[in-house]
Design a protein around this ligand. Structure first.
Ligand SMILES: [Zn+2]
Length: 312
């Protein structure tokens, strides 16, 4: 469940994703529970599933989540704070309901069904409108003391840097997310620098990943410079994380990587190599996730296995 859409799927480890249903997130949070239980029914009806074959319903939420209690600590995009979504959903859904942070689910999906199958210790970093991360240690998700572990996007990389959505300044998300990259490009264009993206600024049109990717292909100096800066900062952040956790794999995903991984990954790797301790990077593999938004759906299988001790 995201701030704008709810994506649901029926999934098992043998067949993968069997069917999907997409709905808009209701504008009022009072309608969330109804919308989620409705989309669960839609998936079941679409497949004419025998209800006894449904083993669990897993929900990914963009925010801090305690999967043991089903309580959302804070989910800014959904306007929720200290909200026991697990309990409320359990009253209207007749299957076991499991809740997890969406990025943790993505990391679990990549670990179990994606490019990180062989990794023991892994971090997954998703770069899109924001930056999120998930940490796998000894093949298990690491959630931290207050279930906020993996908030890689809010590691500060610039003293007194740009203001971040979290209220602090200089977080990597405020420096290197697509939102930040576009803001920097718009700034340069307004200052009079020539760019193939100038018309977007003139027409007050939003610059999306596709346009950014085309600008890079056109070797647009403004886009190349701003994307390189972002990639360098991401490399520095990943070097710090690697020094701390000494993982054997780093997987990058999200809209920016999907659209511009070919350009960004080499710059990220170069900056990473320059800043990491040599031994912390020994044998470490970089990869781009190939699962896209489906990573979190696959993560649901891991969650069911972890909390219900079943195979699905
Ligand atoms: Zn922040």
């Amino acid at each position: 469940m995201g701030g704008t859409k709810i994506l649901a799927a029926a999934i098992n480890s043998k067949d993968g994703i069997i069917t999907r249903v997409k709905k808009e997130t209701p504008p009022k949070k009072e309608k969330y529970i109804e919308a989620i239980s409705g989309i669960v029914d839609d998936v079941i009806e679409k497949l004419h599933l025998n209800k006894s074959n449904v083993k669990a319903v897993c929900l990914g939420v963009p925010g801090s989540v305690n999967p043991l209690t089903g309580i959302i600590g804070l989910a800014p995009n959904l306007g929720l704070k200290n909200f026991n979504i697990g309990e409320k959903l359990s009253k209207v859904i007749s299957y076991p309901v499991l809740i997890e942070n969406d990025v943790n689910l993505g990391a679990l999906g990549i670990k179990k069904f994606g490019v990180a199958k062989k990794a023991k210790n892994m971090i997954a970093v998703f770069i899109g409108t924001g930056i999120g991360g998930g940490i796998i240690i000894n093949e298990k998700i690491y959630r931290g003391s207050n279930f906020v572990a993996g908030e890689i996007g809010h590691m500060v990389v610039e003293k007194d840097g740009p203001l971040c959505g979290c209220g602090n300044r200089g977080c990597i998300e405020a420096v290197a997310s697509r939102t930040a990259i576009v803001r920097n490009i718009e700034y340069d264009i307004k200052k009079g620098k020539r760019s193939v993206l100038s018309d977007f600024v003139k027409n007050k049109e939003r610059i999306k990943s596709k346009a950014l990717s085309q600008a890079v292909k056109d070797k647009d100096a403004v886009a190349v410079k701003r994307l390189s800066e972002a990639a360098e900062s991401i490399g520095i952040m990943l070097a710090g994380v690697s020094n701390l956790l000494n993982v054997d794999m780093i997987v990058l995903g999200g809209g920016v990587i999907e659209a511009m991984g070919g350009f960004m990954m080499p710059v990220i790797k170069k900056s990473f190599k320059k800043n990491v301790m040599k031994d912390a990077a020994k044998g470490l593999k970089f990869a781009a996730s190939r699962l896209g938004d489906d990573a979190a759906l696959y993560g649901g299988i891991s969650l069911a296995e972890e909390f219900l001790n079943i195979k699905v």
